[in-house]
Design a protein around this ligand. Structure first.
Ligand code: FMN
Length: 324
């Protein structure tokens, strides 16, 4: 059995890890080798002070990156055992991966791994075609496999009730000038290696929209290209809301996003009702679930699009000088 991971394995797996989603595409992660293990660290300098004061979003993003890392190592035949927050004295170290017994990747792992470069946040209107039952089932299974739950909102009244909570949260956030300034600062008109390209921000909000969009986009939609009238909305939740729960939720989120991509579906995320504590509590109560909602997703058949840029790999790797 391999006693430790190599720099080459770290580089190759981290190339996939950085394709994970993150709030405003801040990419709040770092990766390093320590005693033969790969460590995933949250980068406190990339936490959004106004939008993400608790660090929830940064930890969910790092959890998603960790899922990609696990998948990349498994498909390379070097799967990992993972310890979350292995050292209480170092809360920034969110996970340590050590080599497990080598084995062949499963077809499911290979399919999810192949979906990593194809996944992107699709904020445009989806086609009205319903999401098939087997794909819905696969989403729930993806969440459960990663120790989380998924509630799909069924029926107009459930979606309307959610929309009211989401709009309320959106209004609360929009009242904060620091929050608005942060969002504006992370929308990129020119090419950049982080932030949200204006072209990927989705269309300008209009009064008839059922769900609040975050306001990254600046393009007026073509006439008749409204959002789908009955969106499929899914709420992903975890058992609790500790830092570990949030990393767990990030892994479940990424497994769900890749499952959707593999099924030919698109997803956009809406986290306003997660970020406002009173809205998050209302959402939890409306679902009748124990545990904590961690992310809301709109799922459907989308137009083609592409991933947002990422920072160069070397910016997020901590390597000993002689190996860098
Ligand atoms: C914790 C978290 C919260 C997010 N919240 C939103 C959101 O409210 N609205 C939105 O449009 N995208 C949201 N996103 C998606 C990010 O903006 C997106 O992942 C990032 O811009 C990178 O783009 P990509 O997903 O296309 O790779 C969120 C992502 C994460 C991880």
């Amino acid at each position: 059995m391999q006693t430790g991971y190599t720099v080459e394995q770290l580089r190759s797996a981290a190339t996939d890890a950085i394709r994970a989603p993150s709030l405003h595409n801040v990419q709040p992660w770092r990766f390093r080798l320590r005693d033969g293990g790969i460590e995933v660290l949250v980068d406190p300098t990339r936490q959004l002070p106004a939008t993400d004061p608790s660090g929830w979003g940064a930890r969910v993003a790092c959890g998603a990156a960790l899922f990609n890392l696990r998948l990349a190592l498994a498909t390379a035949g070097a799967p990992a055992t993972v310890r979350l927050r292995p050292d209480p004295a170092k809360p920034d170290v969110l996970a340590r991966l050590l080599p497990d017994l080598p084995r062949r990747p499963t077809p499911a792992e290979q399919n999810l791994h192949a979906a990593i470069p194809r996944r992107f946040s699709n904020r445009a209107p989806f086609w009205p075609d319903p999401v098939p039952a087997d794909a819905r089932w696969r989403f729930g299974a993806a969440a459960r496999t990663e120790h989380c739950w998924l509630k799909l909102l069924i029926g107009v009244s459930a979606v309307n009730a959610f929309a009211e909570i989401a709009h309320g949260a959106h209004r609360v956030l929009e009242r904060d000038p620091a929050y608005r300034a942060e969002r504006e600062a992370w929308v990129r008109a020119e090419h950049a290696s982080d932030g949200i390209p204006a072209a990927a921000g989705g269309p300008l909000a209009e009064p008839q929209d059922l769900l609040p969009s975050r306001g990254f986009g600046g393009v007026r939609r073509a006439p008749g290209r409204d959002f789908e009238p009955e969106p499929l909305v899914g709420v992903l939740g975890s058992a609790g809301n500790t830092a570990v729960d949030q990393v767990v939720a990030g892994q479940a989120l990424q497994r769900m996003l890749l499952t959707a991509t593999d099924a030919g579906l698109s997803v956009s995320m809406l986290s306003q009702p997660i970020e406002v504590p009173s809205a998050r509590e209302r959402l939890r109560m409306s679902l009748g679930r124990f545990g904590t909602p961690q992310m809301v997703m709109r799922i459907g058949y989308g137009q083609p699009g592409g991933p947002a840029p990422r920072r160069p790999l070397d910016e997020v790797l901590d390597l000993p000088v002689h190996l860098a």
